[in-house]
Ligand binder design. Structure first.
Ligand SMILES: NC(=O)c1ccc[n+]([C@@H]2O[C@H](COP(=O)([O-])OP(=O)(O)OC[C@H]3O[C@@H](n4cnc5c(N)ncnc54)[C@H](OP(=O)(O)O)[C@@H]3O)[C@@H](O)[C@H]2O)c1
Length: 365
């Protein structure tokens, strides 16, 4: 018998505060023949973690404990006899476990899962890719945001060339920082423009954006600045893709001045909707933007538009692992928190001020 204490960050519904709950488990019997046990070393927080808690009302959520968390990294310490040979004892793994209000989540020291059912999972080698953070912290931080940035570029079948042009609204978001790296390094897209706070412009330029526009410019509206950029810097050429990674509706009335014609398979994709989300809003539909739904369903709209959950292409784990290993992508880390300081970490994500990923270090629990 190998009895250990499983510690998890859990909630019941949006009237209960996140809490660390504990359970004694026997590591030799807690998994079935298709499952592995991962000793989690780090887990990163995504806005969706707060959103799933805040929208879980008493009636929808039931009375069971739900565990927070999607992104994780750790080490396989047990494996069932039917598990694919890819998943060996002592292998380092990372990935994203997609669930809604599930009993299992990744903010736990022992994550028991069937690797075939985890949203995305891969092995990684020790690389010491960062001089500040260990490989577990780095590899817990990217699966969901990298997968989302990747899907924005690949999901609509757009053909990318050095002449292609992309506009990313919310250039400082972790999703955008992954997207720009894939766009410039892998797809060799000629022009990637970002919209961010004026204070973030210098920083984001280093991340690969060709042009950055401030959304808080007192002289010009964001739309005016983008229209001027198209005229003065892009030879009048409009964008092939506008990717909204923050929540924005400014361009809808003037779409024909910024996005290429629909017939070219140009796309407007949002992963948020018309407004910046309030991740703590307790109403089930509090962040639902009706404009997005009616636009998505409108058969007469003049541009390609999608409002979606992006991360449906599972090939991103391989690419992310390769890019981390060869140094072409290093996820930005905002802050690392001890497991027991989870509330501080959640608050940081909810603030909208994080510059990169907020990660829980679980190596010593
Ligand atoms: N649908 C999906 O599949 C999916 C998947 C992943 C994420 N998401 C959503 O995508 C959004 C981004 O996620 P993330 O984890 O990448 O976020 P994040 O890293 O936490 O984003 C933080 C950044 O947002 C920027 N920001 C805040 N307000 C802004 C505004 N009004 N305009 C432009 N930028 C603003 C801030 O940069 P500045 O200093 O530049 O303001 C800040 O650094 C979230 O709403 C998340 O829920 C959706």
């Amino acid at each position: 018998m190998s009895i250990v204490t499983q510690k998890s960050i859990t909630y019941v519904n949006n009237t209960t505060t996140p809490t660390i709950t504990t359970k004694e488990i026997d590591l030799d019997t807690c998994y079935n023949e298709n499952e592995i046990v991962v000793k989690v070393h780090a887990a990163s927080i995504n806005p969706v973690d707060g959103l799933t808690h805040s929208t879980c009302n008493y009636y929808m959520g039931g009375s069971g404990l739900k565990t927070f968390g999607r992104d994780f990294s750790g080490e396989i310490i047990r494996r069932g006899k039917n598990v694919n040979v890819k998943w060996q004892l002592n292998s380092k793994v990372n990935g994203q476990f997609k669930h809604l209000w599930g009993e299992k989540g990744t903010f736990t020291n022992y994550f028991i899962c069937n690797p075939e059912e985890v949203r995305s999972i891969n092995t990684f080698e020790e690389n010491n890719v960062s001089n500040k953070y260990n490989d577990y912290i780095i590899n817990a931080s990217w699966p969901l945001v990298f997968g989302t940035g990747y899907s924005a570029l690949y999901e609509k079948g757009q053909v990318w060339t050095p002449e292609s042009k992309i506009l990313i609204i919310g250039a400082s978001t972790s999703v955008a920082l992954a997207c720009v790296k894939i766009a410039k390094t892998i797809l060799k897209i000629g022009t990637v423009v970002g919209i961010c706070n004026s204070k973030a412009i210098e920083h984001n330029k280093e991340k690969g954006f060709d042009h950055l526009i401030a959304y808080n410019d007192p002289e010009h509206s964001t739309v005016e600045s983008i229209q001027n950029l198209i005229k003065n810097e892009l030879n009048g050429e409009k964008f092939d893709l506008i990717f909204d990674a923050v929540g924005n509706k400014d361009f809808f009335p003037v779409m024909d001045t910024v996005l290429k014609p629909k017939s070219t398979n140009s796309q407007y994709i949002t992963i948020v909707g018309d407004e910046v989300m309030d991740f703590t809003n307790k109403s089930l539909f509090g962040n639902v933007s009706l404009g997005s739904f009616s636009r998505k369903l409108n058969p007469f709209r003049k541009f390609n538009y999608d409002f979606c959950m992006l991360d449906n292409l599972f090939t991103y784990m391989e690419l992310g692992t390769t890019m981390i290993a060869d140094g072409t992508y290093l996820p930005e880390i905002d802050s690392v928190h001890k497991f027991e300081d989870y509330q501080k970490a959640f608050d940081r994500v909810d603030s909208h001020f994080a510059k990169g990923k907020v990660v829980l270090d679980m190596s010593d629990i």
